[in-house]
Ligand binder design. Structure first.
Ligand code: NAP
Length: 253
């Protein structure tokens, strides 16, 4: 019960890593406020899972790319739960596309959701934490892609490097308020975001072979790391990043 008594906000919690994080936080005693955008059915499932664990959950629909969604989410969450202790910026998209002919709207939307959205949300959560005066933890779901490239991801990898950088700067800006800021860098985690890409058995087998632990990640593998960073066990950890990739990054050959 690492998060007993804490209120955790998570963006993009209707599926994948966001949902697994909501469930893992609830399992550790947190109440949660969950943002989602299009997948109402998915959000209902996340809410039901949290309720089964006996924790309180509220949901707030909103496109993170819109600045006004951030203020709406954080104020609704604070009102419903009584405050904000942990904020997880997770919502993201990764529409694979070849670099040379990526349409402008694909580039702009990926930036707007993954980077601008993370910025608006993080800032709103930090303002709330400062006002409360009791510190807090901000965690961004970055990616191994913050450190390495992808030929079909030139519009995506800079957003993941960007949110990692955002946490580094926030760690300095918010340290005086007792707010810790860290990023998690997942490797290849089997979720909807890469379902199509990994549907090719040869591609999947190639990826599995490159991972020293011998398997793709599961969403809950990432969630465990988020719980650690959110908890008081990580009370002296700020400005850091943790790879959760089964060893993929260090496997040069
Ligand atoms: P996913 O299963 O596709 O889930 C994405 C989530 O983001 C959904 O809940 C979706 O909500 C939400 N979302 C998308 N656009 C949104 C918007 N404009 N406003 C609010 N919510 C929005 O993907 P995932 O793998 O869990 O990805 C979660 C995060 O992990 C992303 O930031 C991704 O970059 C990062 N990541 C994933 C991997 C991986 O291998 N899976 C690796 C590294 C990093 P709706 O469906 O309700 O719209």
């Amino acid at each position: 019960m690492l998060l007993e008594g804490k209120n955790v906000l998570i963006t993009g919690a209707s599926r994948g890593i966001g949902r697994a994080t909501a469930i893992e936080c609830a399992r550790h005693g947190a109440d949660v406020a969950l943002n989602w955008f299009k997948d109402r059915e998915g959000m209902e499932e996340t809410l039901a899972e949290v309720a089964r664990l006996g924790r309180h959950a509220v949901e707030v629909e909103g496109d993170v790319a819109r600045p006004e969604s951030a203020e709406r989410f954080v104020s609704a969450a604070a009102a419903a739960l009584g405050g904000v202790d942990v904020f997880v910026s997770n919502a993201g998209i990764c529409p694979f596309h070849a670099f040379l002919d990526t349409p402008l709207e694909v580039f702009e939307r990926t930036m707007a959701v993954n980077l601008h959205g993370a910025y608006y949300m993080t800032q709103a959560a930090a303002r709330q934490m400062k006002q409360q005066g009791t510190g807090g933890a901000l965690i961004a779901i970055s990616s191994i892609s913050a450190l390495v490239g992808g030929g079909m991801q030139a519009h995506y990898t800079p957003t993941k490097a960007g949110v990692h950088s955002l946490m580094q700067s926030c760690a300095i800006a918010l340290g005086p308020y007792g707010i810790r800021c860290n990023s998690v860098m997942p490797g290849t985690i089997a979720t909807d975001i890469n379902r199509e890409d990994l549907a090719d058995p040869a591609k999947r087998a190639y990826m599995e072979k490159r991972i020293p632990l011998g398997r793709l990640g599961e969403a809950r593998d990432v969630a465990g790391c988020v719980v650690f960073l959110a908890s008081d066990l990580a009370r002296y950890v700020t400005g850091a990043s943790v790879l959760v990739d089964g060893g993929l990054f260090v496997n040069l050959q």
